[in-house]
Design a protein around this ligand. Structure first.
Ligand code: AP5
Length: 212
């Protein structure tokens, strides 16, 4: 099963991908997480990507496509995978179709997480993430027991550099201009399923499982 999670920043793609990975064992291929890992390791790719990410812009297509092409060759991808945040432009989607076709594979479903922008600023500006295990918290709806310390692993829990309000607005604009056209792209292929992402997380997960 090859799935694409499509939706604006904060719509819950990462939250639901983690749940589905835990249940089905399909790895979550989050291009954002891959870039953040490269940034933490100070690789040349990470340093180049950081400039775009901190400004709320997309990393250039050729960088993202090359990274994904290498990742899907890993042995854990043999039984399927979940793209979380990829593709994000029409050229990325076309490149994905070609690279999968070369392996005799195809996208099975594109899941759209549909939600109004007005809901997203609060979700993102309150989000905090563990730098060690990636567990997500929210300062109001899901705070850590001890401020800044992960309940699960004791790692440090911080705000992402791109979760400040000025950058969030830019990310939403970029989503509508460059990524939202993918909804029509996958609808045209007959692969689109749309979820109401404003519902509580458990209900979104239920709808997701029905959609796949
Ligand atoms: P990336 O890391 O992919 O960020 P994003 O797509 O903007 O998505 P987020 O991780 O912010 O949100 P999400 O939808 O996963 O929501 P989450 O589950 O975390 O990308 C970051 C940057 O990297 C990009 O801006 C770009 O620069 C670059 N990049 C990445 N991929 C790229 C690509 N393909 N091409 C070019 N550049 C690329 O949830 C958010 C919050 O809401 C959490 O606090 C969560 O607890 C809460 N929440 C989740 N679900 C619910 C719910 N149902 N109800 C209430 N709260 C909820």
């Amino acid at each position: 099963m090859i799935l694409i999670f499509l939706g604006p920043p904060g719509s819950g793609k990462g939250t639901q991908a983690k749940r589905l990975t835990a249940k089905k064992n399909w790895p979550q291929l989050s291009t954002g997480d891959m870039f953040r890992a490269n940034i933490a390791q100070k690789t040349p790719m990470g340093l180049a990507a950081k400039k775009f990410m901190d400004d709320g812009q997309l990393v250039p297509d050729e960088v993202v496509i090359g990274m994904i092409k290498a990742r899907i060759e890993d042995p854990d991808c043999a039984n399927g995978f979940i793209f979380d945040g990829f593709p994000r432009t029409i050229p990325q989607a076309e490149a994905l179709d070609s690279m999968l076709a070369a392996k005799g594979l195809k996208v099975d479903r594109a899941i759209e997480f549909k939600i109004d922008d007005s809901e997203l600023v609060g979700r993102l500006s309150g989000r905090r993430t563990c730098t060690k295990c990636g567990t997500m918290y929210h300062v109001i709806t899901m705070p850590t027991k001890v401020d800044g310390v992960c309940d699960k692993c004791g790692g440090s829990v911080v705000q992402r550099d791109d979760d400040h309000e000025s950058v969030i607005a830019k990310r939403l604009n970029v989503y509508h201009a460059q990524t939202a056209p993918l909804v029509a792209f996958y609808a045209g292929q007959g692969k689109l399923k749309t979820l109401d992402a404003i519902q509580p997380m458990d209900m979104v997960f239920e709808a997701l499982q029905k959609a796949i």
